[in-house]
Design a protein. Structure first.
Length: 726
């Protein structure tokens, strides 16, 4: 059983294939955390009290004075503000009488098969109830009548847990939630390194590793999106743990707006870890009888280092996060006109791109920004989602039938959450953009953000998009989001609810995405936010692929893809070959193959030779699609370990084939010519396509494969395929 409750000892034990998570109901109904780490069969952990931590100055519950218990020093499942626990709080409620003392104690629990949906929020799901098990613990603040329901779901086969919290007002008076983190985890010890993914537009998800230090540390976003600057992901690696060995804990928030991922190492050398909505510009007024759902966090433990942790996330997300018709279906190989034409296109130009694309084996044309209103540059028309018939002469229907006539699918770009000051929509509804009264409305890329918290705005967008989507044979939508949110506020919210704005905004976006994907279930949605500014599991719930970065230069992109791979699978990673990229087409292809592959160029501007080279690339993409999308990823040489050369490998689930890619960023004289492969079956024999030799998996993993005769100049790369021979 993945979840057991020992009613005598009052211990909960949550097991996956390789981890155990254990806590107990302590005296006075505190929920005390006992253990999270490698799987253990028993739970005789009560001697943790012998390891009781120093508690002078730390206040105690008056009923527990003799036990030495203090909420300030015991590891707890929920960190309540103001009643003895002086560490960072995971829950803070401003009560009707104005104070913010919060004190949740265990009341009851239930355990059941399956997983509940989270109202209005994306979350992992069970394909069948038997796949996972849920523990719901009701805790209650007896003074205020506030309840916090802690939800734990165990994905046993994937060695993962999800956690979230529901706050319920069972009192007679309203109160304000000032902070609600999706989980609180108190680990004994501070011997960890923190890994996070920082970046910016064009340079997302860089790997950063630092040792934990006393005090508070962490990352977050206050940009109105999960952001390119700090992804809502962090990992803790035990000191000395590596890519393949040692304790690795991964944490990822299923949320696309402001987040906080925080750790406090306290004076007892314990580490409190939490993730949730950033509380600094958040508050939620909860009336009697109402509930508030926190976003969900995903917790993965692996004793196979960072690599094991990543592979767990990848499998979990492919199976239990990505949804819909396109979840496992083969995605069409696409060409997008953005880098090829920018705004300078018309129906004939698109048709010519499509003709070339069809000829070389591409399957879908995506028409990017510039097809609507008077949008001939980025200074206007967002919101005016009406086809520009000067560009698409004869209308979009006519263009689509020409494209479909060639046998290609057709996709279209939208940026629904935006509104240009220079648009008919803004002139008609100046209060529809996010703003606060009497302040300048800051512009980003010449645009404002539309107020997605408003039902009338969402209805307008749905209807407007439906005018195009309902009447035309469209297969794909690229959903973009190209600025941060400033002057956050809604014209419709009363003053006491303005702090709810950011969360209401993203709930509105999720609602519109949900409505669209339910109304048009055949649509393949590709998210984008100036590239990877909302590259998070919340968005992956709606869109099975996300444009990873606007940076399509293969030698830079490869670093972004390595960072992204820490928790996101290759199947969601939009990756294109572009003309602008440094390096030759072979390297561009080899890098873009690590993802949902496509092209982004104007064939009229590339040479005949390049065109012919592209033709040959496409067969390999089809051949190795499943291996890349659903195989196990091994990072062999990562950019954070070696600035000169990177290498990665995919191994099929049955270990019958593997694909090794090496990219030489800069030539280096003193080279190591041997690459040791990973994840193969030591007993199997594999034929290597670059020299025709047959090697055992054991040899390939221990002695390694020589790279001596392979290209090693700046920007060169190669791919080696290994196939089992019986
Ligand atoms: C963003 C996207 C690009 C492209 C442009 C269009 O920058 O990331 O791929 O769609 O918008 O304006």
């Amino acid at each position: 059983m993945p979840i057991i409750f020992d009613s005598e000892k009052k211990i909960f034990k949550l097991d996956t294939l390789s981890s155990s998570y254990i806590f107990k109901i302590y005296d006075e109904n505190y929920l005390v955390h006992l253990y999270y780490g490698a799987k253990i069969p028993d739970y005789n952990l009560t001697d943790f009290e012998d390891r009781r931590m120093y508690a002078s100055f730390s206040a105690s519950n008056p009923n527990l004075l003799r036990t030495g218990f203090s909420a300030d020093v015991y590891p707890l499942e929920i960190g309540c503000n103001g009643c003895g626990d002086m560490r960072i709080a995971s829950l803070q409620i401003r009560n009707a009488d104005g104070n913010a003392s919060t004190d949740m104690r265990y009341v009851s629990h239930k355990i059941y098969a399956g997983k509940p949906a989270l109202k209005g929020l994306p979350a992992l799901y069970a394909n069948e109830d038997s796949e996972c098990m849920t523990l719901e613990i009701t805790t209650r603040d007896k003074v205020t009548g506030a309840e916090a329901i802690l939800i734990y779901t165990v994905f046993e086969k994937h060695s993962a847990l999800t956690r979230s919290v529901i706050i319920r007002n069972t009192s007679e008076k309203p109160f304000t939630i000032e902070k609600v983190m999706s989980f609180n985890l108190d680990l004994i010890g501070k011997d960890f390194d923190l890994i996070t993914l920082y970046g910016r537009h064009n340079n997302e998800r860089n790997f950063e590793r630092r040792a934990l230090a006393h005090g508070r540390q962490g990352i977050g976003s206050r940009r109105g999106s999960s952001s390119a600057q700090q992804n809502p992901f962090m990992a803790l690696l035990r000191h000395g743990a590596t890519e393949e060995y040692g304790d690795a804990y991964g944490f990822n928030l299923v949320y696309s707006c402001n987040h906080l991922c925080e750790i406090e190492v306290d004076f007892n050398e314990s580490s409190r870890i939490m993730m949730g909505i950033d509380p600094s510009d958040f508050g939620w007024l909860l009336s009697p009888g109402e509930e508030f759902y926190s976003p969900e966090a995903v917790l993965v433990y692996s004793n196979e280092g960072l690599g094991g942790m990543s592979r767990t996330f990848h499998k979990l997300y492919n199976n239990n996060l990505v949804r819909g018709q396109w979840k496992k279906a083969k995605r069409p190989l696409l060409i997008n006109n953005w880098e090829g034409t920018y705004f300078d296109f018309d129906d004939d130009k698109l048709f010519n791109i499509a003709k070339w694309a069809k000829d070389i084996g591409i399957e879908m044309l995506v028409m990017d920004d510039g097809w609507f209103g008077l949008r001939n540059d980025d200074r206007c028309a967002l919101g005016d989602w009406t086809v520009n018939e000067n560009k698409l002469r004869g209308g979009i229907g006519s263009l689509i039938s020409r494209i479909k006539g060639l046998g290609l699918k057709f996709g279209i770009w939208y940026e629904p959450e935006m509104i240009s000051p220079d648009s008919d929509l803004y002139r008609a509804h100046p209060d529809w953009c996010i703003h606060v009264p009497n302040r300048d409305r800051s512009q980003g890329r010449w645009q404002y953000v539309i107020d997605m918290s408003r039902q009338d705005v969402r209805d307008y967008l749905f209807d407007k998009m439906s005018e195009v989507l309902a009447h035309n044979d469209i297969d794909y939508v690229k959903w973009d989001f190209n600025r941060n949110i400033t002057e956050a506020g809604s014209a419709l919210l009363p003053p006491e609810r303005q702090k709810e704005f950011f969360h209401r905004f993203i709930l509105g976006t999720y609602e519109l995405m949900d409505r669209l994907t339910k109304t048009y279930p055949h649509l393949l949605l590709e998210n984008c936010s100036g590239g990877g500014g909302r590259y998070d599991p919340g968005m992956m719930y709606f869109s099975p692929q996300i444009w990873c970065s606007d940076n399509t230069d293969a030698l830079s992109r490869v670093d972004i893809q390595f960072g992204s791979s820490l928790c996101y699978p290759a199947s969601v990673q939009g990756a294109h070959v572009s003309a602008s990229s440094r390096s030759g087409y072979e390297t561009k292809r080899n890098v873009a193959m690590w993802g949902s592959f496509g092209y982004e160029l104007d064939p009229a501007k590339i040479s005949k030779e390049a065109s012919e080279e592209i033709r040959t690339q496409i067969a390999d993409y089809h051949k190795y699609y499943d291996l890349i999308h659903y195989g196990d990823l091994y990072r062999i040489i990562s950019p954070w370990e070696d600035p000169y050369k990177v290498a990665w490998e995919f191994v099929s689930e049955d270990k019958s084939q593997a694909m090794l890619t090496v990219v030489v960023k800069f030539f280096k004289e003193a080279r190591n010519f041997f690459i040791k492969l990973k994840g193969l079956d030591p007993e199997k024999f594999y034929k290597c396509d670059h020299n025709g030799e047959v090697y055992s998996g054991a040899l390939l993993m221990n002695a390694g494969l020589s790279m001596y005769h392979l290209p090693d100049g700046d920007g060169e790369s190669y791919v080696i395929h290994l196939e089992e021979v019986k």
